[in-house]
Design a protein around this ligand. Sequence first.
Ligand code: UDX
Length: 458
Amino acid sequence: MSGRGWLIRVAYTGVMRCNVFGTGYLGATHAAGMAELGHDVIGVDVDAGKIAKLAAGDVPFFEPGLRKLLSDNLAAGRLRFTTDYDLATEHADLHFLGVGTPQKKGEYGADLRHVHSVIDELVPRLTRPSVIVGKSTVPVGTAADLGRRARALAAYGVDVEVAWNPEFLREGYAVQDTLHPDRIVLGVQPDSIRSEAAVRELYASLLAEGVPFLRTDLQTAELVKVSANAFLATKISFINAISEVCEIADADVTVLADALGFDPRIGRRFLNAGLGFGGGCLPKDIRAFMARAGELGAGNALAFLREVDSINMRRRTRMVELTTAACGGSLLGANIAVLGAAFKPESDDVRDSPALNVAGMLQLNGATVNVYDPEALENSRKVFPTLNYSTSVAEACDRADAVLVLTEWREFVELDPAELADVVRNRVIVDGRNCLDVARWQSAGWRVHCLGRRLESV
Ligand code: UDX
């Protein structure tokens, strides 16, 4: 089929067929989201267990709203899941790449083996002009490399374009971010003839709502994503660095953040001081960005990200110090309740979770640690089997010498200090996320310590 014929088919039908390769967090959400927009979607993965679960309407991770999106679209027949690449390539000519790009073991750089293996499996099977749209976060230059790789693997006469459409979704808001994105960025190769039309058609209903669409080259699109994450990480580490000064100067970082936030050039979001950032994106993405900049000879430009990373990691050791002080100078034999294990609320993700990291350090320092989290217990047990896990706040706090709030789940923010007072051994609470109403806890007889705020003063 000629390039023009392909475009006409796309523009004419409105409902498009597409595949999403990789059905982890990003891919599964994107597949369900595209089906919700009315398209006919197949999610493809090499993990048969994951595919079986998704096909049965079961989301293998916690994400508000995703289960309903999945089951509605499976029932409507717009969404299917398979491990069969032949079935997928027969189904559609628009293919999304949503596989993971984890940090390499022992290095800062990103591991691209999953992205490469999708290209290697997919491209030789293509028989019609096709567009492969990457969504995974990759080092700048990857998309152009994948384009060359794809052209080398494609059958004679089969034209394959590679485009890049970075994904900005946040865990906990993935459905909303997919169905109502802030912007759509599409990087295309210099000689592209069909990527923009295909992607515009797919996202037509979003574009009609006025979502900004930015067409760029491949490398700019790749850099937009890592720059956004680097900026967010920097903003969090900025306020945490200021909180270190506040703690010594006896100033209140939470009031300071509110005051800064009224300046529209600064904004209040991502200025919550506390235990800092974790998860599967920000930490690994800033490290991969530094590694790539170094390879390109621009290492100095991103040297500040090393400081951003180290401010962030320092929050975790500071939390251990603060807890030690709150327990009278030693953790040996202390009974510590840790509320929160997920890297942030509304998520069961414990990848590089500051909360779980602190829980582990407390145990290494001789404390008995009882962890409770509303959603992340199962995942926590897998990565940290030696900690004690409780099934409720009360159980975790039973005869505790100190209670730590390390993830700001609403359940913890709304705890009743009077009710918890009779459960613990000592009414000592350490707020690692600056999310508690200090006066309320104090008036119920608790000693309150806050990360980044002078403890004696609150
Ligand atoms: C992030 C980006 O926001 C998203 O655009 C990208 O696609 C993936 O990475 P996510 O990892 O889901 O999303 O989490 P995010 O909400 O950004 O929070 C990251 C971390 O920063 C969490 O550990 C959170 O607790 C912490 N954080 C956030 C703070 O410590 N202070 C803040 O003010 C905000």
